[in-house]
Design a protein around this ligand. Structure first.
Ligand code: MGD
Ligand code: MGD
Ligand code: SF4
Ligand code: MO
Length: 730
C-alpha cells in the first residue's frame, strides 16, 4: 500500500517501493533484492585493456550533451562530458553528473524480469526468467489479437530515451501486429503546429548564433534549467550589450536573471503578441519591404489586429499598457532581435496560437535579415532531412495498415472508456512514466488498476507506472547499448557506443521486441534489425549536412556538428517552407485562418469552486520530467515541492508561508507546503511537475489536478488550463 511519506526523512523516498520479503516468498523490489555490486558485476569482465567510448545523454532535453566513458578491465573508471564538443563544453548538468552511480549502478535499478504476484499497483512481484516472461507475454498478445484484433494493444512510449535506436524501438513490431497508433503529442507538437502554420517549418536560427543578438526574448522558456547549455551564449551576448527579456507568468530562475521580466497571465500570449503587432503596425515600426517581398496575408492581419488595442490586451494579460508598448517598440527597433521559444508555453488551450502569433513577429520587423535575429526554436528537421531513415521502411501492406489512433494525452480516457471498441486490453509502456507525467492522473491510475488490462513495462526503476505492471522488464542504459542521438534543438549528432555489457539481465528495448517477435513466430527481417546496423545505416547518407560525418568518423570523435552553412540566416530572403515560399500571416488552410485569443470558458459554478489557475511546470532543477525524482541525492537537493501563491490570495485563504495546504479540484488533490514569495500573480498558483505520486502524501502529484484537454492545434496537452482551489490544512 502506498504509505504516507514522512517528508522529513529522505530515506523514505527511496524506500517507498520496496516491499518486504514476505513469508510466502514474494520478493521485494529494490534495496538489497537486486543490489548491483558495481565491482562484482563488471569485475568478471574478461577485457583487461583500457577503453574509451563516446556517448550522449538520452534525456528529452534540448541540449543532448556529449560524454566519454573510460573503462579499465571492463570497469567504468571515468564518466564525464566531452570537452571537445564546444556546445555542451564538457559539462553535463547537475541531474546527470553522477548518472553512473545514481542510475547505471544504482542499487535500486531493475535487473531481472518481474512478474506480478500481488494486486495491481501493490508492487509485489517475483523474479522470473526472460524466457518465461517473454513466453507469457507472447501468449497473452496472441490471445488478445486473435479475439479482439491488434488495436486492442496500445504501445505507450515517449522521450525517456531519445535515441534513434532505443527511442524508436518497437515501432515496427507494433505496426506489424496492427496495434493502435499512439499519437505522441505531449511535448512540442502544439508548438510546432503553431510555427508551421506561419513558416512551414520550425527550424530557426542556430543556438550559437544567439551571441550576435542584442535583444533577446526568452518567451515561455526557463533556459537556466531546461536548456542550460544555451545560457553561456546568452551571457556572451549580454557582455556585448544584449538586453535580456523573459516572458513568463512565473518568476522562474531565468526570469530572475533577466533584465526585464514580463509576467502575463498564463495562456494569454496570443493576445500579447497580437497586441504587439497592433502597436508595431500602428507606429509604422514594421519592415514593409520585407513584408511586401516575403509574406502573404498582411492586409488581413493588419485588419485583424485592430481589436487587440493596448487597453484590451492589458485587460487580458494583466500587463500595464506602458509595459506592452515598451516591449513592442524595443523589440521592433533593436537589432539583431531574437525570440527564443521552446515548449513549455504550448501547454495551454490557446498554446499553439501563441506560437503561431509570436512566429509572425520577426517577419514583420525583418529580424530574420540579421545574423542573430529571428526565431530560435527546433533543429530536428535538419536531421530528418539529412539522415538515412530507409532502414525503418516497412512493406506497404504493413505501413499502410489503417489503425485507430489514441492521443497519449487522453490515456486515462482510453483505458477507462467502456464504449471504446475494441477496449485497450494490453498496454506496453517504455521510455515513459505516464502514471506521473500524463494529465488526469487519477483516471490514468484507474485504467492501470483494471484487472483485465495486461500491462508490460520496460524500465530502469520501479516507477509509479511499473508498480501497476503484470510484467516488468529491465532495460539497459546508454552505458550498455548502441545508439545514435540527434538533437531536437541543436545541430549536433552523437554516436553512443556501449561501454560495458548489460548489467544483470537487463536488455536494450530493441532486444525485448526482437525476443517477443521470435517467440510469436514472426520471420520478417524488419523485426530483427541489429542496433549497431541501425546506427551505421542511418549515417549512410550523402546529404551535404553529413559531409565527412560517418559511422567511422563518429567512432573517433563521438560527436559532430551538422555541416549546415556557416552563416545560417534561413529567412534572410524569405525562403519559408510553404508552397509560396512566403511567410503566411493569413493561412486559409488552418482554422482559424488568423490566430485569435480564445480562452476556455468555465461554468459559473466551477468559477466559484475552483477560482485559481494552476501552473504545474518543470521548474525542477534536479529532475528531468519524472526521471531522477526517485534518487535520494537529487531529491534532497531539489527539496520538497512547494505551492507558490500570491500574498493576497494567501491572505484570503488564511495561509501563511510554509503552511501545509491541500490543492484540489474535480479530478484530485495534492498536498504540499505554501510558499509566499510572489512568484505568481494574484489568481495563479504554481507547483512543480515531476515528483512521483508514490513519494507524495496520499500518493498524488501535480497531474492529479491537470486537465486532459487538447490544445488548439497539434493535439498537444493543455495541461496548464487547470483551475483549482486551495485549503489550509489544520
Ligand atoms: N531541469 C529540467 N530540464 C528540463 C526538463 C525538466 O523536467 N527539468 N524537461 C525537459 C523537457 S521534456 C522539455 S519539453 C523542456 C521544456 O523546456 P521549456 O520550454 O523551457 O519548458 P517548461 O520548463 O515547461 O516551461 C518554461 C516556462 O514556461 C512558462 N509558461 C507556462 N505557461 C506559460 C504561458 O502561458 N505563457 C508563457 N509566456 N510562459 C508560460 C513556465 O512558467 C515555465 O517557466 O525542458 C527539458 N529540460
Ligand atoms: N503537469 C505537467 N505534466 C507534464 C509536463 C509539464 O510541464 N507539466 N511536461 C510534459 C512533457 S513536455 C513531457 S516531455 C512529458 C514527459 O513524460 P515522460 O516521457 O513520461 O518522461 P519521464 O518522466 O522522464 O519518464 C521517462 C521514463 O523512461 C525511462 N527510461 C529512460 N531510458 C530508458 C530506456 O532506454 N529504456 C526504457 N525502457 N526506459 C527508459 C526512465 O527511467 C523514466 O522512467 O511529461 C509531460 N507532463
Ligand atoms: S539532461 Fe540535458 S543538460 Fe543534462 S546532461 Fe542530459 S542533455 Fe545535458
Ligand atoms: Mo517535453
Amino acid at each position: 500500500m502506498p504509505k504516507k511519506v514522512d517528508r522529513t526523512s529522505s530515506q523514505k523516498f527511496n524506500r517507498r517501493h520496496f516491499v518486504q520479503i514476505s513469508a510466502q516468498g514474494l520478493v521485494g523490489v529494490g534495496i538489497g533484492t537486486f543490489a548491483v555490486s558495481n565491482l562484482s558485476l563488471i569485475g568478471c569482465a574478461t577485457e583487461n585493456a583500457s577503453k574509451k567510448v563516446f556517448g550522449a545523454c538520452h534525456h528529452d532535453c534540448p541540449d543532448t550533451c556529449s560524454w566519454e566513458i573510460e573503462t579499465q578491465s571492463g570497469q567504468v573508471v571515468s564518466f564525464k562530458g566531452s570537452a571537445s564538443n564546444p556546445y555542451t563544453a564538457g559539462k553535463l548538468c547537475n541531474k546527470m553528473d553522477h548518472f553512473d552511480s545514481e542510475v547505471v549502478f544504482s542499487p535500486h535499478r531493475l535487473l531481472k524480469p518481474l512478474k506480478r504476484v500481488g494486486a495491481k499497483g501493490q508492487a509485489e512481484f517475483k523474479e522470473v526468467s526472460w524466457e518465461e516472461a517473454i513466453s507469457d507475454v507472447a501468449k497473452r498478445i496472441n490471445t488478445i489479437t486473435s479475439e479482439k484484433g491488434g488495436e486492442a494493444i496500445l504501445p505507450f512510449s515517449y522521450g525517456g530515451n531519445e535515441g534513434m535506436v532505443q527511442g524508436k524501438a518497437g515501432r515496427s513490431f507494433f505496426k506489424h501486429i496492427g496495434a493502435s497508433n499512439l499519437e505522441r503529442t505531449i511535448c512540442g507538437d502544439a508548438a510546432v503546429a503553431g510555427i508551421e502554420a506561419v513558416n512551414g517549418q520550425s527550424t530557426g536560427i542556430m543556438p550559437e548564433d544567439i551571441v550576435h543578438s542584442r535583444y533577446i526574448v526568452l518567451w515561455g522558456t526557463n533556459t537556466l534549467y531546461s536548456n542550460q547549455h544555451l545560457w553561456p551564449y546568452i551571457e556572451k551576448a549580454r557582455v556585448a550589450g544584449a538586453k535580456l527579456v523573459v516572458v513568463d507568468p512565473f518568476v522562474s530562475a531565468t526570469a530572475e536573471a533577466a533584465d526585464v521580466h514580463i509576467q502575463p497571465f498564463p495562456g494569454t500570449d496570443t493576445a500579447l503578441a497580437l497586441g504587439m503587432i497592433n502597436i508595431i503596425l500602428s507606429e509604422g515600426l514594421q519592415d514593409q519591404e520585407y513584408i511586401d517581398n516575403y509574406t502573404s496575408g498582411f492586409e488581413e492581419l493588419k485588419a485583424h489586429v485592430q481589436k487587440y488595442a493596448p487597453q484590451y490586451v492589458s485587460e487580458i494579460t494583466g500587463l500595464e499598457i506602458t509595459d506592452i508598448e515598451a516591449f513592442a517598440r524595443e523589440y521592433a527597433t533593436s537589432k539583431p532581435a531574437l525570440i527564443r521559444i521552446l515548449i513549455g508555453m504550448e501547454h495551454q488551450s490557446n498554446g499553439s496560437s501563441a506560437f503561431r502569433t509570436i512566429g509572425m513577429l520577426p517577419t514583420l520587423t525583418g529580424a530574420w535579415k540579421d545574423l542573430g535575429g529571428g526565431l530560435m526554436h527546433m533543429a530536428y528537421e535538419l536531421f530528418g532531412q539529412s539522415l538515412n531513415y530507409s532502414i525503418f521502411d516497412l512493406p506497404e501492406e504493413v505501413s499502410g495498415k489503417k489503425v485507430r489512433s489514441i492521443n497519449m494525452v487522453e490515456l486515462g480516457k482510453a483505458l477507462t472508456d467502456k464504449e471504446m471498441a475494441p477496449s485497450v486490453d494490453a498496454l506496453f509502456v517504455y521510455n515513459a512514466n505516464p502514471a506521473v507525467t500524463i494529465p488526469n492522473q487519477n483516471l490514468v491510475l484507474a485504467g492501470l488498476k483494471r484487472e483485465d488490462l495486461f500491462t508490460v513495462v520496460i524500465e530502469h526503476f520501479m516507477t509509479d507506472t511499473a508498480m501497476y505492471a503484470d510484467y516488468v522488464f529491465p532495460a539497459t542504459t546508454p552505458f550498455e547499448n548502441w545508439d545514435l542521438f540527434t538533437s531536437w534543438a541543436t545541430p549536433y549528432i552523437n554516436i553512443n557506443q556501449p561501454a560495458i555489457p548489460p548489467l544483470g539481465a537487463a536488455k536494450p528495448n530493441t532486444e525485448f521486441f526482437r525476443l517477443l517477435a521470435r517467440e510469436m513466430g514472426f520471420t520478417e527481417d524488419y523485426l530483427y534489425l541489429e542496433d549497431k546496423s541501425i546506427v551505421q545505416s542511418m549515417l549512410n547518407s550523402d546529404h551535404p549536412y553529413l559531409e565527412g560525418i560517418t559511422f567511422d568518423s563518429l567512432e573517433k570523435t563521438g560527436w559532430a556538428r551538422l555541416k549546415v552553412p556557416n552563416e545560417w540566416r534561413p529567412h534572410a530572403a524569405g525562403n519559408f517552407n510553404t508552397p509560396s515560399k512566403k511567410c503566411l500571416l493569413y493561412n486559409p488552410d488552418v482554422q482559424p485562418a488568423l490566430p485569435d485569443y480564445i480562452a476556455v470558458t468555465q461554468s459559473e459554478t466551477d468559477k466559484k469552486s475552483y477560482p485559481l489557475r494552476l501552473l504545474s511546470i518543470k521548474s525542477t532543477r534536479y529532475f528531468l520530467n519524472s526521471s531522477h525524482a526517485n534518487i535520494t541525492t537529487l531529491r534532497d537537493l531539489e527539496g520538497q515541492p512547494m505551492l507558490d501563491i500570491h500574498e493576497l490570495d494567501a491572505k484570503n485563504y488564511g495561509i501563511a508561508d510554509g503552511d501545509e495546504v491541500k490543492v484540489f479540484n474535480q479530478r484530485g488533490e495534492v498536498f504540499l507546503k505554501a510558499r509566499i514569495k510572489n512568484k505568481v500573480k494574484k489568481g495563479v498558483v504554481c507547483m512543480p511537475q515531476g515528483y512521483w505520486n508514490s513519494l507524495m502524501p496520499k500518493g498524488s502529484s501535480a497531474n492529479a489536478l491537470t486537465h486532459d484537454l487538447l490544445t488548439d492545434m497539434g493535439g498537444g496537452a493543455a495541461i496548464q488550463d487547470t483551475m483549482v482551489n486551495v485549503m489550509k490544512l489544520a
